[in-house]
Design a protein around this ligand. Structure first.
Ligand SMILES: [Zn+2]
Length: 466
């Protein structure tokens, strides 16, 4: 059996004959699982050929229209021919790009321009750009190139450096849309806030920091730097992610403010910030909302207590006959009920009871205990009655904060020890990654390139959501 595939191009002018070209011919012997339907290499070859024929006709048509003066309809003279390269999902194209002289009817000064080159100022189609950038935010640049080349007729048009350049290009466009940084984003005064409509349930923002291995222009290994990631959740459970490289980002507050704005924050609406108590994370939340409350994420307290409990296993300590472990349980119970005074008292007694000179383990335990004491002391204004809040269904912790660190950083940035980032590279990738995880990259592309909106070009569920 022989299967022949043709392309038929019909012109808008009905009198013009249709263009017909055979693009593929497949021979098939007896039916077997291997011979059923198209093979990937055949499909790739066919798509690439269709793409070449189709685009050649499209460009030819366009050039034909450009060849005459818009005002007097006189044909324009051609200065010369060039070719431009254009990356598409179905192969890299070489497109004819004539250079035309402007018409004398408008200006006597002779100038030339290239209409095709002007039309394709970005040398990749937006759909390819979107797909590339989306996968690159989920897996390494190398894997992205591998995946796309496996499935599409790419023929070496992509390299890791192209993908990385495209990620930066898209992220920088997103960055340009972000407004200026301000010391405060609180607008209006209390009288105006009272007049606002009844607000929705409080927004819960979990913020956390993580570290990424750094590199710089001249040094492959260059310490590590802090990345802040977070998620804001509405009462209905809609989440928006964000991330930034601390010390690199010049607009961290604006970034967070825009996230809150996108979730419909009103100035009379409460916002709960759940943090690990770190200064960098806390400073970020200043001046965003008059009703903001800060809460030390219960998760971070329990984490520290668990670590202490583990350390104490090999160290004999007791306080008035009570085991160290039971004392820690009391600390936890006091903190759960916002009784910081009592919690600190127990911690102090335990510190006194450890003979730090006894062993290196004991010294380490004493130091960690002291650090916890300091941590509780500096954050005491952010330690609410967790028990009450819990019973009222108010947020006290976010495994959420942890999962956003995992989601935003670990999987893409720190999985392999050898992965090293420049601050700029990490910051820009985070911008794209946040959109991909929130499923909003496609809608952003449709806003930038309205022609993309006509077809449902991805499987993302954003179209339903919007
Ligand atoms: Zn003219």
């Amino acid at each position: 059996m022989r299967i022949r595939v043709q392309v038929i191009i019909e012109s808008d002018q009905e009198t013009a004959p249709a263009y017909v070209e055979e693009v593929a011919c497949f021979e098939r012997g007896p039916l077997s699982p291997e011979t059923l339907g198209l093979r990937l290499c055949e499909a790739k070859q066919m798509l690439a050929t269709v793409q070449q024929i189709m685009t050649a006709h499209q460009v030819e048509d366009y050039v034909e229209q450009q060849r005459q003066c818009l005002h007097c309809q006189q044909p324009l003279t051609c200065k010369g021919h060039h070719q431009i390269g254009m990356r598409t999902l179905f192969g890299k194209l070489t497109i004819e790009s004539p250079r035309l002289y402007t018409c004398a009817c408008r200006s006597l000064k002779k100038q030339s321009w290239s209409p095709v080159a002007a039309l394709f100022s970005e040398r990749s189609t937006p759909e390819l750009l979107c797909l590339e950038v989306r996968w690159a935010s989920l897996m390494s640049y190398g894997l992205t190139v591998g995946l796309l080349s496996d499935l599409l007729p790419m023929e070496h048009q992509l390299s890791t450096s192209t993908v990385s350049r495209h990620v930066h290009q898209v992220a920088e466009r997103l960055e340009e849309e972000l407004g200026n940084e301000q010391p405060s984003f609180i607008k209006g005064c209390p009288t105006q806030w009272y007049a606002l409509p009844e607000p929705d349930a409080p927004l819960t923002v979990s913020l956390d920091g993580g570290y990424v291995h750094g590199r710089s222009k001249d040094r492959r290994k260059d310490g590590s730097f802090e990345v802040i990631v977070g998620k804001s959740t509405t009462g209905e459970g809609n989440m928006t992610s964000f991330g930034l490289v601390f010390g690199y980002d010049t607009k961290p507050r604006r970034r967070l403010f825009e996230v809150l704005q996108s979730q419909g924050m009103q100035m009379n609406q409460a916002v709960t910030f759940l943090t690990d108590g770190g200064d960098t994370v806390r400073d970020l939340t200043d001046g965003l909302n008059p009703l903001a409350e800060h809460i030390l994420d219960w998760f971070h307290i329990t984490m520290r207590l668990t670590v202490l409990g583990q350390m104490a296993k090999g160290v004999p300590v007791e306080h008035k006959g009570e085991e160290f472990e039971q004392e820690l349980e009391r600390v936890k119970w006091f903190l759960w009920h916002s009784n910081v005074y009592k919690a600190l008292q127990v911690l102090e007694w335990l510190e006194l009871d450890i003979d730090a000179e006894a062993s290196p383990e004991a010294r380490k335990l004493a130091r960690t205990l002291h650090e916890l004491d300091h941590y509780i002391r500096t954050n005491q204004s952010s330690i609410p009655n967790y028990g009450d809040r819990y019973r009222n269904g108010e947020p006290i912790s976010s495994a959420l904060a942890e999962s956003s660190v995992n989601q935003m950083i670990s999987k893409r940035f720190v999985k392999k020890q050898q992965m090293r980032w420049t601050k700029r590279g990490a910051h820009l990738l985070l911008q794209v990654r946040a959109r991909v995880l929130d499923d909003t990259l496609t809608t952003t592309f449709q806003r930038w390139y309205p022609g993309l909106g006509a077809q449902d070009f991805s499987q993302e569920s954003v179209l339903e959501a919007s």
